[in-house]
Design a protein around this ligand. Structure first.
Ligand SMILES: [Zn+2]
Ligand SMILES: [Zn+2]
Length: 119
């Protein structure tokens, strides 16, 4: 049994959403489950700029929480275009799961940075 995780590659920063931010996500027109109050940065460890965690997705808009040591805010983004196939709307695990213009390396797995070694 070998479960290889690549957690070491992920930025360890975490953020706790305040009531206003939770209310914002609750008000979005999406059927997705509620956003967790505490989220972890999904960018590469050692990245530049603000930390970022995906909060909610509405159609083609992704709402990311971005934060620094002193402040946090919610911003809309589109998907990072890396490896996005132009002839399909579907996304799969081969597509980068981060926002357009993100710092650091592309993430090839949504939510979990576990490497796909099946290939
Ligand atoms: Zn970070
Ligand atoms: Zn990317």
């Amino acid at each position: 049994m070998s479960i290889e995780r690549e957690d070491l590659m992920i930025c360890p920063a975490r953020v706790t959403l305040d009531a206003a931010q939770m209310a914002f996500f609750d008000g979005l027109p999406t059927k997705a489950p509620s956003v967790q109050a505490e989220l972890g940065c999904e960018l590469e460890q050692g990245h530049e700029g603000s930390h970022a965690a995906l909060g909610q997705q509405v159609d083609t808009t992704m709402w990311w929480i971005q934060w620094t040591l002193s402040a946090s805010e919610i911003n809309p983004y589109t998907w990072c275009p890396a490896t996005h196939l132009p002839d399909t709307e579907r996304r799969d695990d081969k597509d980068c799961a981060l926002f357009n213009g993100h710092p650091g390396s592309h993430s090839s797995a949504k939510r979990s940075w576990q490497a796909s070694e099946a290939a």
